[in-house]
Design a protein around this ligand. Structure first.
Ligand SMILES: *Cc1c(COP(=O)(O)O)cnc(C)c1O
Length: 457
C-alpha cells in the first residue's frame, strides 16, 4: 500500500485481536534458567510454587514448550474495553525532527491505571478467581501495578491487599486513593501486620520502606491466609506471556499495511512491556524468518543490563522469594533518586536476560535529564504526556531517528509508549526547576553489591 495511505492511528477490528498469547520460550534454543528454591538451590517444583502463586499461573511460568496459549474468553472480553491499543505513526515528531525515519509507537496508556500493567493484572485476577480463591496480595511502589491489580480484582470481585512502600503511600496519595476507588485495601509497608514488617520496624525505627520489604510482606500474608495467593506485575515468565498481547497487536497492525519494522525499542524495568512488545518479532528472529534490531533502554542510575552481571540472585530484599538467574545489580542495590519508579528494580526478566546474553537484543542506558528533554519534545508535538519510564524509549527512538537524518536511512522504528505521566508531575516539576540529578553509580559501588550475590553452583 502506498506510503501516504498509512493512517495516523492504526487500529484493529475486534476480530483481528489476538486470541492466544505467544510464548517466546518455545522458540528459544537456550531456555531461561529455572527459578531455584532459596534454601536447597534446586529448581522450584510446581508444587512449591503453588503455595505462593495460582495453579494455572504456575503452569504458565514453567511452560517452555507451548508457543501459543489461548486467551480465555473472559479476559478477551475485558481486553475489548480498552484494547486494541493504537499503533500511532508519529508523523508530527518525524516532521519536527526532519528525519527520513518512519516512527511508530504502541500506546498503552489508554486505561485508568495509565499503563500496560493491566494486561497481566486482569489475567492473574482471572486465574485466581477460577481457582476459587478469596483474594490476592501484592506490593506496589509508586502505584501503577497496584492500581492495575485493583481494577482487575474489582472486575472479578476478588479481595485485593496491596502493600505500598511507606514513602510513596505518604507522598503519592493519588494512586493510593485510585486503588481504594476500586476496593483494594492499601497498607503502608513496613506495617505492624506481618512478622517481617514488625521485625523491620523494630530494627529500623521510622523506616520509610522499600519495594523488597513490601514484597516480603505481601508474600507472607498470601502464604499465611487460606484462599490467598501472591501476584507480581513484572519479571516473571507468565507476565511476559500476558504482555505478548502488545507485540501481537503491533505485528498485526504493521502486517495490515505491509510495514516491516527495522528497529524495536522499549524501556526495561523488570522487562515485561519490552518482552511483550518484542515477543512475536523475536519469534521470527529465533526461527530465522526475519531480523530486527531490538534495543532495551534503562536508566543510567539503575543499569541492570549494561553494567550488571548474569547470575542467580534474590528477587526481593527479604530473600523469601525464589532465586532467579538474571542480569542483576544485587538485591540490596538501591538506585539514586530517579523518577521512573517502574525502572528501579535491581534485576531483569530471566527471558530477556537469556536473550541479551545470546546477543539477540542490545541495551543502552540513558541519563534522567536527557529522558525528560525527550519527554517534553514528544509531548509538544504528539500531544500525549508520557510517563517517565516510557520516555526512556522516546529518548532512544529520537536519537536513532536523528542518526537516520545524518545517514539518510529511511529506517522504520517502532517503540513502546507504556503509559501516561499525570501522576509524575513532581518529577516534571524537578526537571523544570533544574533540580533533577543524573547520578550514575561508580564501579566501586556496584562491586560492593555484586560481592553479596548468593553463591549458587
Ligand atoms: C511498570 C512500568 C514500566 C516498567 O516495567 P516493565 O515490567 O519493565 O515493563 C514501564 N512503563 C510504565 C508506564 C510502567 O508503569
Amino acid at each position: 500500500m502506498a506510503e501516504n495511505k498509512i493512517p495516523y492511528k492504526i487500529y484493529l477490528e475486534e476480530d483481528e485481536m489476538p486470541k492466544a498469547w505467544y510464548n517466546v520460550r518455545a522458540d528459544m534454543k537456550n531456555k531461561p534458567a529455572p527459578l531455584l528454591n532459596p534454601g536447597t538451590h534446586q529448581p522450584m517444583t510446581a508444587e512449591e510454587l503453588g503455595g505462593v502463586f495460582c495453579e494455572e499461573l504456575v503452569a504458565q511460568e514453567l511452560d517452555n514448550e507451548n508457543p501459543y496459549i489461548e486467551i480465555p474468553q473472559e479476559i478477551r472480553d475485558f481486553y475489548k474495553m480498552y484494547r486494541p491499543s493504537p499503533l500511532v505513526r508519529a508523523y508530527c515528531l518525524e516532521e519536527k525532527l526532519g528525519t527520513p525515519a518512519k516512527i511508530y509507537y504502541k500506546f498503552e496508556g489508554n486505561n485508568t491505571s495509565g499503563s500496560h500493567k493491566l494486561n497481566s493484572a486482569i489475567a492473574q485476577a482471572y486465574y485466581a478467581k477460577k481457582q476459587g480463591l478469596k483474594g490476592v496480595t501484592t506490593e506496589t511502589g509508586a502505584g501503577q501495578w497496584g492500581t492495575a491489580l485493583s481494577m482487575a480484582c474489582s472486575y472479578f470481585d476478588l479481595d485485593c491487599k496491596v502493600y505500598m512502600v511507606k514513602v510513596s503511600y505518604e507522598q503519592k496519595p493519588f494512586r493510593r486513593e485510585v486503588m481504594k476507588v476500586y476496593g483494594a485495601s492499601v497498607t503502608p509497608s513496613p506495617s505492624m501486620e506481618t512478622d517481617i514488617g514488625k521485625k523491620i520496624n523494630a530494627e529500623h525505627p521510622g523506616t520509610t520502606g522499600s519495594l523488597g520489604c513490601a514484597i516480603s510482606e505481601a508474600v507472607e500474608v498470601a502464604v499465611k491466609n487460606p484462599g490467598y495467593r501472591y501476584v507480581l506485575g513484572s519479571v516473571l515468565n507468565q507476565v511476559l506471556l500476558h504482555q505478548s498481547v502488545i507485540g501481537l497487536e503491533t505485528k498485526a497492525a504493521l502486517d495490515k499495511y505491509g510495514i516491516k519494522a527495522d528497529m524495536i525499542i522499549g524501556c526495561a524495568g523488570g522487562g515485561s512491556n519490552l518482552g511483550g512488545l518484542i515477543a512475536p518479532f523475536m519469534g521470527e528472529k529465533l526461527r530465522g524468518e526475519a531480523d530486527y534490531e531490538i534495543i532495551a533502554v534503562e536508566p543510567a542510575s539503575c543499569p541492570s543490563f549494561t553494567r550488571g552481571v548474569y547470575a542467580y540472585d534474590f528477587a526481593d530484599t527479604g530473600m523469601v522469594c525464589p532465586l532467579a538467574k538474571m542480569y542483576t545489580l544485587g538485591c540490596d542495590f538501591i538506585p539514586s533518586a530517579n523518577h521512573a519508579g517502574g525502572l528501579r528494580y535491581h534485576g531483569m526478566s530471566p527471558v530477556l536476560s537469556q536473550l541479551y546474553d545470546d546477543g539477540l537484543i542490545k541495551a543502552v542506558s540513558v541519563e534522567q535529564t536527557k529522558v525528560f528533554e525527550a519527554a517534553e519534545q514528544f509531548a509538544r508535538v504528539e500531544g500525549i504526556l508520557p510517563a517517565p519510564e516510557s520516555s526512556h524509549a522516546i529518548r532512544v527512538a529520537i536519537d536513532e531517528a536523528l542518526k537516520c537524518k545524518e545517514t539518510g536511512e529511511e529506517k522504520t522504528i517502532v517503540f513502546g509508549l507504556t503509559g501516561t505521566g499525570y501522576f509524575d508531575m513532581v518529577a516534571y516539576e524537578k526537571f523544570h526547576n533544574g533540580e533533577m540529578s543524573d547520578y550514575i553509580p561508580t564501579d566501586e559501588e556496584l562491586a560492593k553489591y555484586r560481592a553479596k550475590l548468593p553463591d549458587v553452583k
